[in-house]
Ligand binder design. Structure first.
Ligand SMILES: C[S@@+](CC[C@H](N)C(=O)[O-])C[C@H]1O[C@@H](n2cnc3c(N)ncnc32)[C@H](O)[C@@H]1O
Ligand SMILES: Nc1nc2[nH]cc(C(=O)O)c2c(=O)[nH]1
Ligand code: SF4
Ligand SMILES: [Mg+2]
Length: 257
């Protein structure tokens, strides 16, 4: 599994606000405008969507986690050396406590939030890394992960996956932003063009083509090898930016990478 299926820590009995944490580790940012930058990753568990391709199965379809207090999370982040912190999930913004975590870290770190763009935040964020989900992400009985029946999630995911107000708020609020689309093939591009036009229509901030990133779908090196050249060619022909998935190239689907 690309994220941890069992969690190597105990629930805290500390006082105060807590978050369900699937993993907390140092690595290189693998995706987006900051690809290659040493970063500490805080991965919350739990999501309001169910992408069929989710590379973090144990935060969405089958969540695992330990409950950690915000003080414990901050202390563990401090014990690792990177100046950049990436708060991800699951969907980190489903938890009210994520705002408090971001506020606690803001003075000392560059903060990236990885979000599916359906929820917004008032907390301080340096890079809003927004990955709106396309129709091609919707789970069906045919594409769902092994041993999973998507059930109500086909409709729930489809209804919830795009919220233009939340997208506008995220784009306007953070110091910097990127719109990072997971691309499965040429058919995704019409929806990306239309969604980017919609965001330009509602957001009170310029969205440049270079803020739009196309990322190949693939949880493993083998899967990425099948999608990345087509996605790179699409980025070149549409004038958008391509982002690799460096961590998959380097460490395949190992946990804590
Ligand atoms: C696991 S998600 C967590 C953050 C948030 N829930 C989201 O979807 O943006 C982290 C990043 O991985 C991307 N991702 C998930 N599964 C993927 C896959 N199979 N191929 C490529 N990117 C994937 C997401 O689109 C997102 O940019
Ligand atoms: N190395 C590395 N870079 C990443 N960038 C975004 C990630 C995520 O899961 O949100 C991620 C991840 O899981 N690992
Ligand atoms: S929104 Fe993110 S965490 Fe949730 S299922 Fe999709 S990729 Fe996974
Ligand atoms: Mg990841």
């Amino acid at each position: 599994m690309p994220v941890s299926d069992t969690v190597a820590r105990d629930d805290t009995d500390a006082e105060g606000d807590r978050l369900p944490i699937n993993e907390l580790f140092a690595s290189l940012q693998g995706e987006g405008k900051l690809a290659g930058v040493p970063s500490t990753f805080v991965r919350t568990s739990g999501c309001n969507l169910r992408c069929w391709f989710c590379d973090s199965f144990h935060t969405s379809w089958e969540p695992t986690h330990a409950w950690m207090s915000l003080d414990e999370i901050v202390a563990e982040v401090e014990s690792l050396s990177p100046e950049h912190v990436v708060v991800t999930g699951g969907e980190p913004l489903v938890h009210d406590e994520t705002d408090a975590l971001l506020s606690a870290l803001a003075d000392d770190y560059h903060l990236t939030v990885e979000t599916n763009g359906t929820l917004d935040t008032d907390a301080p964020v340096d890079l809003a890394s927004v990955s709106p989900k396309l129709a091609s992400s919707t789970p069906t009985p045919e594409n769902a992960p092994a041993d999973v029946d998507p059930g109500v999630w086909t409709e729930r995911h489809e209804n919830a996956r795009v919220d233009l107000d939340a997208l506008a708020s995220l784009v306007e609020h953070a110091a910097e932003f990127q719109l990072k689309f997971v691309v499965t093939g040429r058919d995704d591009l019409d929806e990306i063009e239309s969604l980017v036009a919609d965001v330009r229509g509602v957001a009170d901030r310029e969205v440049r083509d270079s803020d739009v990133l196309l990322m190949p779908e693939g949880q493993t090196r083998e899967q990425l090898a099948r999608t990345r050249t087509e996605v790179a060619d699409l980025a070149a022909s549409f004038g958008y930016r391509y982002t690799p998935r460096l961590h998959v190239d380097l460490w395949n689907d190992a946990p804590e990478t």
